[in-house]
Design a protein around this ligand. Structure first.
Ligand code: ZN
Length: 570
C-alpha cells in the first residue's frame, strides 16, 4: 500500500479504519524491513507508549532491531522476545514518537559565534543597557567600516518597557554601523551611522513591502521593516570567512544545534537552507544526531532546478524536502504580516506584502514544474490568499494528485482560506511555541484576530494535517513548550488568547510527530511507533496527558532515540 493512497483525513487522525494503512504492513513494506524480527537489539519494557498509530494507540513495551521498531505489545510479550537483547526498564515513564519540527532556521553558528542580546530558548527579560554593553565589547574588536551585529532581540522582552532606538545604538558606536536583528527575522534596528551609510534620511520614501519607521516628529527611530532592510545589505563590511575556516564554523554550528535538538526531544527537523556540504560532513563525522529535511534556496535551489533534483532525493538522514520558505509577507511577532483589516491602534497600517502576485505565480510554477514541493511563508490572511492563488494556478498548469504544497506559518485564516487549503491539499506548518512565548505581543492584534491565529483547532477539524513549525530563531524550538501552548493557549504571563483554538494533548502530540512526517512525505517510515518504522522515540519523565497542563513544558526529556541509537540521555 503506497502512501499515495492515504487521504488527508486519515493522516489528521480522525477515527477511521483508513488509518490502519499507516500500520505495520505498509510501513514495513515501504521501509524494506528485514523479515526476521526474532532477535531484537533491545527492548523497552514497562512504559506508557503513545504510538500515534490508531491501529494500536497504546502499548507497554516494544522491541527495536536494525534501527526500526520490530514489535510492540505487553511487557510480558516483549520480555519473551528479548532473549539476550539489552533491556530498558522505562519504570512507567511515557514514550512518544520522536518530535518533528517542520520549520527551523537551525542557526547553529549564530548561537556559537555571534552576540546574542536575548535568550534563544526561554522567556527572559533583558535591559537595553545589557544590549549596549554586549555590543560595545564587540565593537572594540571590530575593524573599521565593519558591521557590529546583535541577534535574538525581542522587543517585548525588554525590562525597560520601551522601544530600542537609534540613539541607544549610537551609544555602541558612532563610527561603525550597528544592527540589532529582531529574533522574528523581519525587522532590525540600526544606529545613525548605518542609516547614513545606506543614505536613509528623514524624508526618504518607504519602498514597496517595507518601512523606515519614524517617531511623532517624523525622525527616523532606527527600526526598519521587511524589504526596506534590503538597502543595508550593500553597505559596510561583514566579517567574512573563507574555505576551511567557513566550513569549520558551519560544521561546528550544525553539530552544536543538533545536540540541542535531541536534548529537547527533536528527532527530525526541516532546515531552512544552510550549508549542505557542512551538513554532510557533520553526518560523516557521526555528529549529526537528528534527521534533516533540507529546504533549499539560492544556489542550492538553483542547482535542484537545473540539475533535475526533486523533493525526496536523499535518505533517511538527509533528504531534499520542500523549498525554503519563499516570503510573501511580513512577520506575526513583529506585527508586519499582511492582513485585511488595519492593525488595531494604528493609522490604518495593514502590514507588508513583500512580493507581487505575478512574481509569486512565476516562482511557484517554476519549482512545481521541477517536482519540488512548493513552500511559501505567509502569515496574514492577505498573503495566504496570494500564496493559495499561486499554488492553485501552478496545480492547474501542471496537475499533481498529491503535491502537498506547504504554507509556512499560515497564521491568520478565515473560512474561505481553509476551504481552499483543504481543496488543494496544503500542509501548513503553524507556529508552535508562540502561544506560550509571545502572549506579550497578542494585544497588538486583539482577541478577535487571535481567535483565527495559529488556528490548530479549526484546521484539524477541517481535516487539514497541520504540522508544527517553531521557526527558530523566531520561536523557541522546545516541542513540549509548543504542546503546552497548543493545549492551553496560555502564555508565560498567564494571558489566554484564542482559547477556541485549543487542541487536546493527543492531537498536539500528533501535530508534532505524524503530521510532521506527512509534511515531508515520510509518513510511511516515521512519525509513529509502528512495526517497521524508524525507531525514533522520546522517553518523558511524566505523562503530558496527566500532568498539570501548565507544566507540560517542564517535563524532563529522559532519553531521545533516533534510529535505535540513544542520542541524548539525561
Ligand atoms: Zn522562517
Amino acid at each position: 500500500m503506497s502512501s499515495r493512497t492515504l487521504n488527508r483525513r486519515q493522516i489528521v487522525g480522525m477515527a477511521g479504519a483508513g488509518l490502519a494503512l499507516l500500520g505495520s504492513r505498509a510501513a514495513r513494506a515501504a521501509a524494506g524491513a528485514p523479515a526476521d524480527w526474532a532477535a531484537p537489539d533491545f527492548v523497552v519494557l514497562n512504559a506508557r507508549v503513545y504510538t500515534m498509530d490508531p491501529q494500536q494507540p497504546q502499548a507497554e513495551a516494544f522491541a527495536v532491531k536494525d534501527g526500526r521498531f520490530a514489535a510492540l505489545g505487553s511487557t510480558l510479550a516483549m520480555k519473551s522476545l528479548a532473549g539476550k537483547a539489552q533491556t530498558i526498564d522505562a519504570q512507567q515513564m511515557t514514550v512518544v514518537p520522536g518530535f518533528i519540527d517542520s520549520h527551523n532556521h537551525a542557526p547553529g553558528n549564530e548561537l556559537l559565534y555571534e552576540v546574542l542580546v536575548g535568550n534563544p530558548y526561554e522567556v527572559e527579560f533583558v535591559t537595553i543597557a545589557s544590549i549596549i554593553d554586549k555590543l560595545r565589547v564587540k565593537a572594540q574588536k571590530t575593524p573599521a567600516d565593519t558591521w557590529v551585529e546583535g541577534y535574538f532581540f525581542d522587543d517585548t522582552k525588554v525590562k525597560d518597557k520601551r522601544a530600542l532606538t537609534r540613539q541607544d545604538l549610537d551609544q555602541v558606536s558612532t563610527q561603525l554601523p550597528v544592527m540589532v536583528q529582531h529574533r522574528g527575522g523581519h525587522t532590525a534596528f540600526y544606529n545613525t551611522k548605518a542609516l547614513q551609510l545606506a543614505g536613509i534620511k528623514k524624508d526618504t520614501a518607504n519602498p514597496a513591502g517595507g518601512t523606515f519607521d519614524r517617531d511623532a516628529n517624523g525622525d527616523l527611530t532606527g527600526r526598519v521593516t521587511d524589504r526596506a532592510r534590503d538597502v543595508f545589505n550593500t553597505v559596510g563590511k561583514h566579517m567574512t570567512y573563507a574555505g576551511e575556516d567557513a566550513m569549520r564554523r558551519d560544521r561546528d554550528g550544525l553539530a552544536f544545534i543538533s545536540k540541542q535538538f535531541v536534548r529537547y526531544g527533536l528527532t527530525s527537523v526541516c532546515h531552512e537552507a544552510g550549508n549542505l556540504q557542512a551538513l554532510q560532513e557533520v553526518r560523516a563525522r557521526g555528529a549529526l544526531l537528528h534527521r534533516v529535511s533540507y529546504e533549499a534556496e539560492g544556489p542550492e535551489l538553483a542547482a535542484m532546478l537545473s540539475g533535475g533534483m526533486s523533493t525526496g532525493l536523499g535518505d533517511e538522514w538527509i533528504r531534499l524536502g520542500a523549498t525554503c520558505e519563499h516570503t510573501a509577507d511580513g512577520s506575526f511577532s513583529e506585527r508586519t504580516m499582511a492582513i485585511s483589516v488595519p492593525y488595531p491602534g494604528t493609522n490604518g497600517y495593514r502590514g507588508n506584502v513583500t512580493e507581487t502576485q505575478d512574481d509569486l505565480n512565476a516562482w511557484c510554477e517554476r519549482v512545481h514544474r521541477a517536482g519540488i514541493q512548493m513552500n511559501c511563508h505567509a502569515n496574514g490572511d492577505v498573503a495566504i490568499d496570494h500564496v493559495l492563488t499561486a499554488y492553485e494556478r501552478a496545480l492547474l498548469l501542471k496537475p499533481a494528485a498529491d503535491a502537498r504544497p506547504k504554507i509556512t506559518h499560515c497564521t491568520l485564516i478565515n473560512d474561505d482560506l481553509v476551504r481552499r487549503i483543504k481543496a488543494i491539499g496544503v500542509v501548513p506548518a503553524l507556529f508552535t511555541s508562540y502561544a506560550y512565548y509571545n502572549p506579550d505581543k497578542f494585544h497588538f492584534y486583539g482577541e478577535e484576530l487571535m481567535k483565527r491565529c495559529m488556528a490548530y483547532r479549526t484546521l484539524l477539524d477541517a481535516g487539514v494535517p497541520a504540522a508544527a513549525g517553531s521557526d527558530f530563531d523566531p520561536g523557541p524550538f522546545s516541542p513540549l513548550m509548543g504542546i503546552q501552548g497548543m493545549v492551553t493557549r496560555t502564555g508565560w504571563n498567564g494571558e489566554v488568547w484564542g482559547a477556541n483554538q485549543r487542541i487536546t494533548v493527543d492531537e498536539a502530540l500528533r501535530v508534532n510527530t505524524l503530521n510532521g512526517a506527512y509534511a515531508t512525505r515520510e509518513e510511511s517510515i516515521k512519525g509513529s511507533i509502528a512495526r517497521g518504522k524508524l525507531a525514533d522515540f522520546v522517553m518523558l519523565a511524566e505523562d503530558p496527558h496527566t500532568v498539570d497542563p501548565a507544566k507540560i513544558k517542564d517535563i524532563k526529556i529522559v532519553r531521545t532515540v533516533v534510529g535505535g541509537r540513544t542520542q541524548f540521555s539525561a
